[in-house]
Design a protein. Structure first.
Length: 208
């Protein structure tokens, strides 16, 4: 079985990958899914870019496709601080045009509030998949360790959970924007998030 991980930025995906790697799974990072790679000797393939379900299911025998979500307001806030303070300048030119535009706006803003006022379309643009039904499993950053336990049960592999890292974010939580102010900017992401929570409450086997 090949594990395919759609790694949505700022949702705890690095922690998830390191937990899988620490459990002995061989991992290959894919930067573009324009063509599905040959799995070769790798048991886990991950990418920030959207996967193509039909191609993946043709190329891989019994693939297990999963992702991780996080409250979109927290994703918005975490992404703002990450791209403003930690993202290397030399990588900006190599990012996709849509994301590059957002990073430029982030770096130009004097504050998160000012940046939020400049955003006139959902953000992060295209990060949350439109169709969540294609995934075999969806975990959540808020319950990451419990989600990893459930993923372990689903794939039949005992996972060695990674130790907590500063990658989870060290910004001042008191500066987090209010839900009612930011959520209108995150229409698609908010709907996806609420759908996952509803599915988890209705059927614990579907998501954490």
């Amino acid at each position: 079985m090949t594990l395919l991980f759609h790694h949505i930025p700022k949702t705890g995906g690095t922690f998830v990958i390191r937990s899988l790697e620490g459990s002995g799974l061989s991992h290959q990072r894919i930067f573009f899914w324009k063509s599905v790679p040959d799995p070769g000797d790798f048991e886990l393939l991950s990418s920030h870019h959207a996967l193509h379900p039909e191609k993946c299911r043709r190329n891989f025998e019994n693939p297990f496709w999963f992702t991780w979500l996080r409250n979109p307001v927290d994703v918005f806030y975490s992404a703002f601080h990450y791209y403003r303070e930690k993202f290397p300048e030399e990588l900006i030119a190599k990012t996709p045009p849509l994301l590059r535009t957002q990073i430029t706006k982030i770096k130009a803003a004097e504050s998160l509030a000012q940046y939020a006022e400049t955003v006139r379309s959902p953000y992060p643009c295209g990060w949350y998949p439109v169709n969540l039904d294609v995934f075999d499993f969806i975990g959540t950053a808020e319950t990451i360790e419990k989600s990893l336990e459930r993923l372990s049960e689903r794939i039949g592999i005992r996972l060695k959970v990674a130790t907590a890292e500063t990658n989870r974010g060290s910004y001042d939580r008191s500066e987090r924007p209010s839900e009612d102010r930011i959520r209108p900017l995150l229409r698609a992401e908010s709907l996806a998030w609420l759908a996952v929570l509803a599915a988890r409450d209705a059927d614990p086997k579907h998501a954490e």
